[in-house]
Design a protein around this ligand. Structure first.
Ligand SMILES: NC(=O)c1ccc[n+]([C@@H]2O[C@H](COP(=O)([O-])OP(=O)(O)OC[C@H]3O[C@@H](n4cnc5c(N)ncnc54)[C@H](O)[C@@H]3O)[C@@H](O)[C@H]2O)c1
Ligand SMILES: [Zn+2]
Length: 377
């Protein structure tokens, strides 16, 4: 761990990637100081801010004021909120706007929003002039603990999610924890599933800490900053070891093979299931499946499910509204998941809380039997 305390409760996580190294600052009201943090780290004095129609009206003015006070010229583009915005059409709008604003290589594109805006703006920053500077100001909990760290950027294609993209690391990430107060309860809980994931991967102490402190994380204050800093550090550690996702980074997908299958099975209808909810159910399933294979104790799955229920997250397939498609349909979604190699199914399994590992030889028949048993429970 090398989380550094800066001012008061504020934290700094450094992502050591040589020439592409950068800092993640985590604290309340960082947007109001964005100008100073920007000019301390970037040479350019122009920025194109990309945001969405939910976040822009709340925080764009404060960000613009701060940047302009420190001598950074800004332009902005506000896009519709939601996953549909990760499209080629939006990419065209963003790149044309960035070029019109005469953003040069040392100037920056700033993403002010959740993971949708971060992925889209980051991809645009990666391809305009073969790469301009990029600053992430993630405003959803999911974006603060997951999508803004690691440099994966991209958009969706008609062929599927995130199929067009590039690695483009940010130069600075400002995670303003106070903006999470305007996030809906459901979106906050969904992001929390990803926070808990880091405990389940390899940090049993963090899992226990969350069991005790989760209410304070939801309320705000120092515990929220701490939980986000530990999560960013956890992701940064993995990214620093495996920047282009070849090996260790796979464990970040704990709960995601089942989760993605459930998202596909509900046709990505966010009224029925949002990503973090799929991950919550998926993490419980991964532990239950590990217990069924005699790798872990069933008590672990029960303990995780109890905590997720306290928080208000779903834990079972039957918690999803409406009828789920047959098991074969879930299986075909699992088989299409990118973690399948040469006919064998790859899953992130576990020996217990904080003891996950990559298993790449899971027989499909075991998964079918398991899902058949679980879908009605
Ligand atoms: N690049 C990566 O490594 C990575 C990792 C995980 C997820 N992702 C991507 O992230 C996206 C999901 O991110 P998300 O969950 O942040 O979705 P999102 O960007 O759609 O944000 C969720 C909703 O919350 C709103 N919102 C965001 N911040 C707010 C705030 N402070 N106050 C009020 N409303 C706010 C948004 O307008 C939106 O309606 C997906 O496209 C996914 O593919 C990328
Ligand atoms: Zn996820």
């Amino acid at each position: 761990m090398n989380i550094v305390s800066t001012r008061g409760a504020e934290r700094l996580v450094h992502v050591p990637l040589g020439e592409r190294a950068y800092d993640i600052l985590i604290g309340a009201d960082l947007i109001k100081r964005a100008g100073g943090e920007f000019t301390a780290r970037l040479r350019g004095r122009r920025a194109a801010i990309i945001t969405d129609e939910h976040v822009g009206p709340l925080y764009l003015e404060a960000l613009t004021d701060s940047l302009q006070t420190d001598g950074v010229e800004t332009v902005s583009l506000t896009l519709p909120a939601g996953e549909k915005t990760k499209s080629l059409e939006s990419l065209a709008a963003v790149t044309e706007m960035v070029l019109s604003a005469r953003i040069e290589r040392n100037d920056a594109v700033i993403a002010l929003g959740g993971g949708v805006i971060g992925d889209l703006a980051g991809f645009a920053a990666g391809i305009v002039r073969r790469g301009v500077r990029f600053v992430q100001i993630p405003t959803s909990l999911l974006a603060q603990v997951d999508s803004s760290v690691g440099g994966k950027t991209g958009i969706n294609s008609r062929h599927g999610k995130n199929l067009l993209g590039a690695f483009h690391q940010p130069d600075l990430v400002l995670a303003d924890t106070a903006v999470l107060d305007s996030l809906s309860g459901r979106e906050f809980r969904a992001g929390y599933a990803e926070v808990l994931k880091y405990g389940l991967i390899d940090k049993p102490d963090f899992f226990e800490w969350l069991e005790k402190n989760w209410k304070k994380v939801f309320e705000g204050g120092e515990e929220r900053i701490e939980a986000i800093a530990i999560s960013c550090q956890a992701k940064a550690d993995v990214v620093a070891e495996d920047e282009r996702e070849t090996g260790r980074r796979a464990r970040l997908n704990l709960g995601h093979t089942f989760g993605h299958a459930l998202e596909a099975a509900t046709e990505y209808d966010s009224r029925r299931l949002v990503h973090g909810e799929g991950v919550a159910i998926g993490m419980v399933l991964a532990h239950q499946f590990s217990a069924r294979l005699n790798l872990a104790s069933p008590d672990d799955a029960r303990r995780i499910a109890a905590h997720l229920s306290d928080v208000g997250l779903p834990t079972r397939m039957s918690d999803i509204d409406g009828v789920l498609p047959p098991t074969e349909v879930l299986m075909s979604a699992i088989a299409q998941d990118k973690k399948v190699r040469s006919g064998k199914l790859t899953f992130i399994l576990t020996h217990g809380i904080g003891q996950s590992f990559v298993a790449d030889d899971v027989p499909a028949s075991e998964v079918v039997g398991f899902l058949e048993d679980m879908r009605t429970r």
